[in-house]
Design a protein around this ligand. Structure first.
Ligand code: LLP
Length: 437
């Protein structure tokens, strides 16, 4: 992936930096991001729009990995930012991210969170439901402050990893149903409001999608709705946000297209239908998360104990696990790996990679083909950059790993490792010093 390579000493290098050295310097488990690869992915998306000569925004869906440092790289690359909570918004503000390029998502934004969005003067709110419309009207009228909004709709396309289905109605907690009048009702309630500026429509049909047909179909359904509103209300919809979800390659079984290929298909569809229906091509916004950071991230672990279950399997255990990457336990997600200090050795063994959490299901990789492993080896698990650190927990009171950015032979700490002190920092004593109140 990206700038990863095997150095002359057989060590895995990331961004021109020896990963074994990184493990030594920062400790393990360690998340290492290849920042050049992140930049490359961002530019590929932008270039696709530039070549098509179309207005656009590429928003980094930062739920995939949220930190001040990655927001600063995203800002350097001219990306917009998708945030989904007060916490992500606060991180963006702390990072100095351009506020007018922040888009706020979520199916149950609180009044406090919406208030924060108004105070910070962010770029737009992606409105999810009727309750939120009510809150937004009340807030904007009280504050006498304008806000750009998009309406999130569910077009009735359920995309799964390798296929998709279309249904009249989608059973989703998100958005206004496009097929049963909800979206039209949301339009009625917001279009022409004194303070809410309806920028357009949004949909996100799923994640880790491989099939371009699903994106084409979603684009088609949204453009059809736009053209209906144009005919009926003379509404010129300026923006179409088609979400994220572009699949990436975790293992050899995954065969995605280049992420920007999916975008090309979207653009072609929107252009074609717009031309057919005779209205101006809207700006297209997308919000990739996984396809920007997924393969840029690698987790380094130190191998410790081993166990053989005769005739069944050999376990190797690492110093992290479901506490830093819950995806295998939660979704059965598959990853590929290597022993970072044995890049030149033959792949002679098959191991199950276990974590250190007190739970039998804490396995990171069912079958990893590796050289013979010894305690002290560094195991690199690839493609952990999306929904790895961001979904990490303190289960078993295990401290969350550090995150390091590597680029052009240099490295820098982006998130420091949690300490035991951090872990008890929110805890209060009970019945020791204070009387009950
Ligand atoms: N936009 C919206 C509205 C979303 O809900 C999501 C992801 C994205 C964009 C970015 O999707 P991406 O490009 O990253 O596929 N935790 C799961 C993934 C959950 C995705 C949630 N929404 C995982 O680890 O696979």
């Amino acid at each position: 992936y990206g700038t990863q390579a095997i150095g002359g000493n057989g060590h895995l290098t990331i961004g021109g930096v020896d990963s074994v050295q990184l493990a030594k310097e920062y400790g393990t488990p360690l998340y290492v991001y290849d920042i050049e690869l992140f930049r490359k992915r961002a530019r590929a998306f932008q270039q696709t729009f530039e070549s098509a000569g179309i207005g656009y925004q590429v928003a980094y869906a930062s739920k995939a990995f949220s930190s001040i440092a990655i927001y600063q790289v995203a800002a350097q690359e001219g990306l917009s930012l998708d945030v989904v909570s007060g916490g992500e918004l606060y991180t963006a503000v702390k990072a100095g991210f351009p506020k007018e390029k922040i888009h706020f998502h979520g199916n149950n934004k609180s009044l406090d969170e919406l208030q924060m969005a108004f105070e910070e003067g962010i770029g737009c709110i992606v409105v999810d439901n009727f309750h939120e419309i009510g809150l937004l009207k009340k807030l904007s009228e009280e504050l006498k402050q304008k806000m750009n909004i998009l309406l999130r709709v569910t077009p009735g396309i359920e995309a799964h990893t390798h296929d998709y289905i279309t249904t009249g109605q989608e059973d989703s907690k998100f958005g206004f149903d496009l097929n049963n009048g909800q979206a039209d009702q949301a339009f009625d309630q917001t279009y022409g409001h004194e303070y809410l500026n309806l920028l357009g429509l949004h949909c996100h049909i799923g994640s880790q999608i491989f099939d371009t047909a699903a994106f084409r179909m979603a684009a088609g359904k949204l453009v059809a709705k736009m053209s209906e509103w144009q005919e009926e209300f003379d509404y010129q919809c300026p923006v179409l946000n088609l979400g994220g979800g572009f699949g990436i390659r975790y293992t050899e079984q995954d065969q995605p297209l280049e992420p920007s290929e999916y975008v090309k298909e979207m653009i072609d569809t929107v252009k074609r239908i717009s031309a057919d229906s005779g209205f101006p091509v809207p700006e297209i916004w997308i919000e990739p998360g996984r396809s920007l950071v997924g393969d840029a991230g690698t987790t380094l672990y130190t191998i410790g104990s081993m166990k053989e279950v005769p005739e069944i399997r050999k376990y190797i255990a690492v110093d992290g696990g479901m506490s830093d990457n819950i995806r295998p336990a939660l979704y059965g997600a598959a990853y590929s790996s290597m022993i970072a200090n044995k890049g030149h050795q033959a792949l002679s063994e098959t191991y199950t990679v276990a974590g250190k959490c007190c739970e039998s299901g804490d396995k990171l990789i069912e079958q990893a083909t590796l050289p013979e492993a010894e305690a002290g080896d560094i195991l690199a698990v690839f493609c952990t950059g999306a929904y790895g650190y961001s979904m990490a927990s303190n289960y078993n009171r295990i401290a969350r790993p550090a995150v390091v950015f590597a680029e052009k032979g240099k490295h820098q700490l982006a998130v420091r490792r949690e300490t035991h002190e951090d872990i008890v920092s929110l805890d209060l004593e009970y019945g020791v010093k204070a009387e009950l109140s």
